[in-house]
Design a protein. Structure first.
Lengths: 487, 493
């Protein structure tokens, strides 16, 4: 009998000083494709990285490639989070820097990146073009990597994987940052490569998976167990009462939170926002939607004081014309923000407690001592989010779902007038998203103003009352919503 | 124009060299108010110019850029940098007459021409800001008596100045007021406000003088920062090739090693760097660095002497006048070295391996940092200034070598630094001839601990540790680093 395609014996693996996988045995036969689920923090990513031999482990993992098959005898692991480097190999830009225009052309273009990749892997460039089309990515060929939004980075990563067609393709959270249309197209593409002989392992708790995925497994107590279907993993967080200091209504100095008058933003020839007019009044709860690349992140960067081109536009924030002598710190003081980019570039040396505390000063990392009242508030909030046990751990050591909760806590610690949540549930599964949105509803009930960016109407806070839709940098729809439509 | 420093009596020379005050954060409580509502006009829009301007504007200040007519008409990169970020750009004639503060961020070599062009246009009582004192001190540029002359020098590349600002921090910064040009006594208040505008006040500000800045900056860049890193890198690479180590491995070890090694230096000084070695290797590195210090001391002293007497700047300015003949020739020669021409191999080198297999570089760095620091302090420069210009900047320069080797380092640093670096390198290599003959692959290319049992004599180890830890650069460093602990770690490849 043939050896199994993937044969794991006696695998033991620790993650940041904790054992997560214990004496794990697993066989994946040739022709099979799996979805692997399990609760946050059970070791799904660690297992995937071990199979791709990216992390050290104890035990044995055999991959028995099909010698007859022409596809590359390679295991490709696609990370759930994507880091890119500039030409000089320096990772970790700060996320705001991508809005600054500098002539150095420090990062590669998408096209150049793909040419390099094709050369390195011996792939034909004409084969990548249909993939680019299917994922709606062809228009980004000349974009600098640093200009891409998070969703676009994820797509680039998938494009490469689908182009290479390795015999074993492991994708960690394949749908992160993709909108509904892109998700469907991705499933079709995955089915196509599976038909050509690529075996898939998708790390995901999602239910809308490609048809080629017919086997399921979950990690429980350090073991990988075959299951009939994946159950969405519930997060165990007990809702506690909101700390008193967050029940107080924000003090608004003006009712006009944001006012944009014919705002235009372009990078060289490429116009990313066209004639935007938008007004946000105190206490309103907005949903901001649009396809990947429609200009959502850029629009939000204007509100958060991060975009250098704000100064050339007619933009009013909290009643003041932008560029009338205010500093960006004056603006940020009113706002709590999270976005996938912000999460990427967050200080990797900060603990959970420090991360939350830094929200008082809008800094990435904590650079000062907190007065007693403030540090008590951090403790209260830590307790409210059920993070007390982890408060001295590094933020990056937590599972993704919990990291998001920490950053949510950071955004509300100062009880801001305006909360901006840019795809806060990206990378979270449905249960986690639901829980997250419940928290948002509760926190916003004190009269806070909200801008929420989300793709799926089933995964939104119920407090949303207005919607703005962007399409190719233009406002397509502005409407008031009947909450019943959403629920 | 006469060398300004040489026109001073000894008393005043010592006085200006000795200006050195690590400022308390309470000094910055007035924020940017001394510059609020004033027109700030930046001359030049390269990496420093653009990034400082972005920070100042984001701090609520009024910033515009002035460029030479040719740069505007030719739509050069500096023009694009400024306009695409929505700054007002104009010619000298258009913007300088209304400027309250003119910020000169052009290269050293252009200073005399730039200042001669803008000075007649500046309004009565305005301020001229430099980020380096060369023009004032070495070239002896005389500034109109009604103008205030100050210096604000962020001690990091322009991209870092911006990156640290947007995360809510800043980079260490040096400020100074030129005593010959402070008619209204407002210079210091404006320099402090400028620091707040760029975020520098959060990471530690050192008050210096134009003289102290120039004399220490030149010394640091010529000796430890660029000169010794270049000499050490080339000698190490050539030694490995001579001894049959794989060229790709040797190239990678040298290119990235200095960055990894000096990252420890950045976080915990010479002590932390030496502590990354095993006990046996540490004792060996200590011994050879002592030997290196003895060999190189006269050369370090010669560089400091030539800087103090103005001999260095005189010969370099001769080369400027000669169309940079020497500089260009030496630059070309550096591009032709075997190290430069051998690409880094596709081999994985672990972080610890860079220490274990490159003990020689650890010894070079210790010797160079300590010697530069000692020589500066002996010449009358205060320890805080000497620290910034030696230990603090070494990891920043090492970072440029990791990017694209020595050619990149020499491209990024100023022409002044580059010129001094070549002078040092040419004198240092022959000086180390005999020393290098004794060096084998246990010090460079292979693991020093291999085949040794790791045993050391307690008393010897204690003495070595004591000597490393009690050096003055370590004591002053511990204080200054506390102020900038939050600076992000340089990423390694």
């Amino acid at each position: 009998m043939d050896k199994p395609f993937v044969y794991i014996q006696d695998l033991n693996l620790g993650y940041r000083n904790k054992t997560v996988l214990k004496n794990l045995y697993w066989e994946m036969n040739s022709g099979e494709s799996y979805a692997i689920g399990g609760k946050s923090g059970t070791g799904k990513t660690a297992l995937a990285k071990a199979i791709a031999s990216l992390v050290p482990f104890q035990g044995s993992i055999e991959i028995n490639f099909d010698q007859q098959n022409k596809l590359p005898q390679e295991v490709l692991y696609v990370e759930s989070w994507y880091q890119f480097k500039n030409l000089e190999g320096v990772a970790n830009f700060y996320y705001q820097q991508r809005y600054t225009s500098l002539q150095a052309n420090d990062t590669l273009t998408v096209h150049a990146e793909l040419v390099n990749y094709g050369k390195e892997k011996g792939l034909h460039f004409d084969r990548v073009e249909p993939i680019l089309e299917a994922l709606g990515f062809a228009t980004f060929a000349s974009s600098q990597l640093i200009e891409l939004s998070s969703g676009e980075h994820k797509k680039l990563q998938l494009v490469k994987a689908l182009w290479l067609k390795p015999q074993l393709l492991i994708i960690d959270q394949p749908y992160t940052g993709l909108d509904t249309a892109s998700r469907k197209n991705l499933n079709t593409l995955l089915d196509q490569v599976a038909a050509e002989g690529v075996q898939l392992i998708l790390i995901s708790n999602d239910t809308e998976l490609p048809n080629s995925i017919r086997s399921f497994a979950e990690i429980r107590d350090g073991q990988l167990l075959k299951v009939d279907t994946l159950e969405s993993a519930a997060v165990e967080i007990h809702l506690r009462e909101i700390p008193d200091f967050l029940k107080e209504s924000p003090v608004y100095s003006t009712q006009d939170i944001v006012k944009m008058v014919n705002v235009n933003i372009s990078y060289g020839e490429k116009q990313v926002l066209k004639n935007i007019n938008w007004e946000i009044k105190a206490g309103e709860k907005w949903l901001l939607q649009g396809h990947n690349g429609s200009g959502k992140s850029t629009l939000l960067s204007l509100i958060n004081g991060d975009h250098p081109q704000s100064y050339a536009n007619e933009l009013y924030l909290f009643g003041n014309r932008r560029g009338s002598g205010e500093s960006i710190w004056d603006i940020k003081q009113h706002i709590g923000l999270i976005s996938p980019e912000f999460h990427w570039y967050f200080d990797p040396t900060a603990t959970v407690w420090q991360s939350i505390a830094s929200g008082f000063y809008d800094t990435v990392g904590l650079f000062q001592q907190l007065p007693y009242t403030k540090s008590t508030q951090v403790d209260e909030l830590v307790a409210y989010f059920g993070l007390t046990e982890e408060k001295n751990e590094l933020l990056t050591a937590l599972p993704l779902g919990k990291q998001r909760l920490v950053l949510l806590a950071r955004t509300i610690i100062k009880n801001p007038e305006l909360l901006i949540l840019d795809e806060p549930c990206q990378g979270l599964d449905q249960q986690q998203s639901k829980h997250f949105n419940q928290l948002v509803d509760e926190l916003c009930s004190n009269g806070m103003t909200l801008i929420y960016v989300g793709h799926f109407e089933s995964q939104l806070p119920t407090c949303i009352e207005k919607r703005i839709l962007l399409e190719k940098g233009e406002v397509k729809v502005v409407e008031s919503l009947n909450t019943e439509i959403l629920s | 124009m006469a060398n300004y420093f040489n026109t001073l009596p000894l008393r005043e020379k010592l006085n200006q060299l000795g200006v050195c005050d690590f400022m308390d954060s309470a000094e910055f409580l007035d924020g940017v108010s001394a510059l609020k509502g004033k027109k700030l006009v930046i001359v030049g829009c390269g990496a420093q110019g653009l990034n400082q301007g972005l920070n100042l504007r984001d701090s609520g200040l009024d910033v515009s850029y002035t460029l030479r007519k040719e740069a505007i008409e030719g739509k050069r990169d500096s023009w694009k940098n400024a306009t695409e970020n929505n700054f007002t750009v104009g010619t000298y004639e258009e913007l300088i007459p209304n400027a309250d503060v003119v910020i000169n961020l052009t290269p050293d070599k252009q200073h005399t021409a730039v200042v001669n062009a803008i000075m007649p246009l500046m309004k009565e009582g305005a301020t001229l800001l430099y980020s380096h004192g060369f023009n004032i001190v070495e070239e002896g540029m005389q500034i109109r008596k009604d103008l205030t002359v100050i210096m604000v020098a962020p001690k990091c590349p322009g991209s870092e100045v911006r990156a640290e600002y947007v995360r809510g921090f800043g980079v260490p910064t040096l400020i100074a007021v030129h005593p010959e040009n402070d008619p209204q006594g407002k210079g210091l208040a404006q320099a402090k406000a400028y620091c707040v505008g760029t975020g520098g006040h959060r990471a530690g500000v050192l008050r210096s003088s134009f003289v102290a800045e120039v004399k220490s900056d030149l010394m640091g860049e010529q000796t430890i920062l660029c000169g010794l890193l270049q000499t050490g890198s080339i000698l190490s690479f050539d030694k490995m090739i001579e001894k049959g180590i794989d060229a790709g491995y040797a190239s990678k070890l040298v290119q990235y090693g200095v960055e990894v090694i000096t990252e420890a230096l950045k976080q915990g000084g010479i002590t932390a760097m030496m502590d990354r070695l095993s006990n046996v290797a540490k004792i060996k590195a200590f011994e050879i660095s002592e030997e290196l210090k003895d060999i190189m001391r006269p050369l370090f002293q010669k560089h400091q002497d030539d800087i103090m007497s103005g001999e260095f700047s005189r010969t370099m300015m001769e080369d400027w006048a000669n169309g940079d003949k020497n500089l260009l020739k030496w630059r070309a020669e550096t591009g032709e070295t075997a190290f430069e021409k051998t690409p880094a191999g596709d081999v994985k080198i672990g972080e610890q391996e860079y220490f274990d297999n490159y003990t020689l570089m650890v010894a070079f760095v210790r010797a160079g940092v300590e010697l530069a620091f000692e020589t500066m302090v002996q010449a009358g420069i205060k320890p805080e200034s000497a620290y910034y210009e030696s230990l603090h900047e070494t990891p920043l320069i090492a970072n440029t070598i990791a990017r694209k080797k020595l050619f990149e380092m020499n491209r990024v640093i100023s022409d002044t630094a580059e010129y001094g670096c070549y002078l040092f390198d040419q004198a240092c290599k022959p000086l180390l001839g005999d020393f290098m003959k004794k060096v084998d692959t246990d010090l460079v290319g292979k693991n020093f601990n291999e085949g040794k049992d790791g045993a050391v004599d307690n008393r010897q180890l204690i003495e070595v540790n004591e000597a490393i830890r009690s050096h003055q650069v370590e004591q002053i460093g511990a204080t200054l680093r506390k102020a900038m602990t939050a600076m992000k770690a340089i990423k390694t490849a």
